[in-house]
Design a protein around this ligand. Structure first.
Ligand SMILES: Cc1cc2nc3c(=O)[nH]c(=O)nc-3n(C[C@H](O)[C@H](O)[C@H](O)COP(=O)(O)O)c2cc1C
Length: 195
């Protein structure tokens, strides 16, 4: 039905406080990750990986890295989206594998040519983090569709998150998605009018 996705888009809002005692199931986390991995990415590079955190100690550490914002301290679960940066070097095995898959068995020389012309080592980290936002948008809408509350969190210490999650050099935390059941009713959506 044409209106179904728009319903989820209209119903999604950033939840700033989640209810205590309501968890997010392993199945729900798996569906959210699947919705993220089906997001579009430039050159089909999917420059992300997802880390789920549901244990109490892990959640506290993530919340601390998010400066103990209420949306983080009350979350039932997190999905941290990590940007793959060094993997995006045009000469990496990662890029070769992605391009071979993207070309579906055909010659991928033209994709390489376009990517080499596009690639810039000094801006690739920001570019990879930008790609991660597409995966995040998919997850946020999927969460709404499943009746979960969510909040994208960009307010975190990159260093603290990297340390907590043992994110290796060459990768960067892009966004934290806080998940749970929202403790309050949906607020009125505020948006500037369409021009
Ligand atoms: C990239 C990004 C980073 C955000 N970071 C935070 C954050 O650190 N803490 C927070 O409470 N909300 C955060 N938000 C949620 C926004 O505040 C929220 O989406 C915005 O106010 C619009 O409200 P709505 O999502 O309910 O429509 C972030 C949203 C985005 C897209």
């Amino acid at each position: 039905m044409q209106s179904t996705l728009l319903n989820a888009i209209q119903q999604r809002y950033a939840c700033h406080e989640f209810s205590a005692g309501q968890s997010v199931s392993a199945d729900e986390l798996a569906w959210l990750q699947e919705s993220g991995c089906l997001a579009p990415s430039a050159f089909g590079l999917e420059p992300w990986r997802f880390i789920t955190v549901t244990d109490a100690a892990g959640k506290s550490a993530i919340a601390r890295a998010c400066f103990d914002q209420p949306t983080a301290t009350t979350a039932a679960a997190f999905i941290v989206i990590v940007a793959l940066v060094d993997s995006l070097n045009p000469d990496s095995d990662y890029v070769r594998e992605r391009f071979e898959a993207e070309a579906r068995g055909l010659n991928c020389a033209h994709i390489y040519e376009a990517y080499r012309a596009h690639y810039r080592a000094d801006t690739i980290a920001a570019w990879a983090q930008g790609q991660c936002n597409f995966a995040a948008a998919h997850m946020l809408l999927q969460a709404t569709h499943m009746g979960l509350g969510s909040c994208p969190i960009g307010g975190f210490s990159s260093g603290a998150l990297t340390k907590t999650l043992a994110i290796p050099p060459g990768e960067l935390p892009a966004l934290v998605i806080a998940l749970g059941h929202c403790s309050y009713a949906a607020p009125k959506r505020l948006r500037k009018p369409l021009a």
